[in-house]
Write a protein that binds this ligand. Structure first.
Ligand SMILES: N[C@@H](CCC(=O)N[C@@H](CS)C(=O)NCC(=O)O)C(=O)O
Length: 208
């Protein structure tokens, strides 16, 4: 299996999930700073994903799966014993999907593209930061009552995704100072050996 990724982007989330699940993974870096985006051999990445974005998972039969929220569930279901996703059809599985959708639509797509492109203007960016602040306040209160992870005591695919997106905060100038639970959560998740390993593999961190 191969994960198409770009360093430090949302593709870090399935990278973490694969490592946490103990799934052997080939990785192929996509240069999303070039237009069109290219992969290592210089090939146009839109031949892999016509939408041009990471993550994409190439399965062993050559078929492709796009969209981070789907990829992390696919990986987690390959190793149910990892408990990265509750069993399909259970109430808890829908709760996981609720979190994945919340992170994708209310956070991920509010940070990106709005806070990564100054050309959108300061006003649009302040609106995005305000919305993100509201959504993070909700996460903060949830962690306070039901932590240490989003789904309670068990680290799941939703935590890999939330950690990845909230990890953009310093760069995107999203102020986390009002969210002590969330900051502690980021430290907790960031200290997990497989999370560190994924970050080292992507060149975001030095090996200890
Ligand atoms: N809907 C997609 C969005 C993925 C996405 O936004 N990927 C970004 C990196 S975080 C990307 O590759 N951007 C490059 C581009 O869109 O050209 C998902 O949730 O997987």
């Amino acid at each position: 299996m191969k994960l198409y990724y770009a360093t430090g982007t949302c593709s870090l989330s399935p990278h973490i999930v694969a490592l946490e699940a103990g799934i052997p993974l080939d990785v192929e870096r996509v240069d999303i700073s070039r237009k069109p985006h290219v992969i290592g051999n210089g090939h146009d990445f839109t031949k892999v994903n016509p939408n041009g974005y990471v993550p994409v998972l190439e399965l062993d039969d050559g078929s492709l799966l796009a969209e981070g929220a789907a990829i992390v569930q696919y990986l987690a279901d390959l190793k149910p014993e990892s408990r990265l996703a509750p069993a399909a059809g259970t109430r808890d599985r829908y709760q996981l999907q609720s979190w994945l959708n919340y992170i994708a639509t209310e956070l991920h797509k509010m940070y990106s593209p709005w806070l990564f492109h100054p050309e959108y203007g300061a006003q649009a960016q302040e609106v995005a930061r305000g919305k993100i602040g509201e959504r993070l306040a909700y996460v903060e209160s949830h962690l306070q009552g039901s932590g240490p992870y989003l789904m309670g005591n068990t680290f799941t695919a939703a935590d890999a995704y939330l950690f990845t997106i909230v990890g953009w905060s310093a760069y995107a100038k999203v102020d986390l100072s009002a969210f002590p639970q969330l900051r502690a959560y980021m430290d907790r998740v960031g200290a997990r050996p497989m999370v560190r390993e994924a970050m080292v593999a992507e060149g975001m961190k030095r090996a200890a």
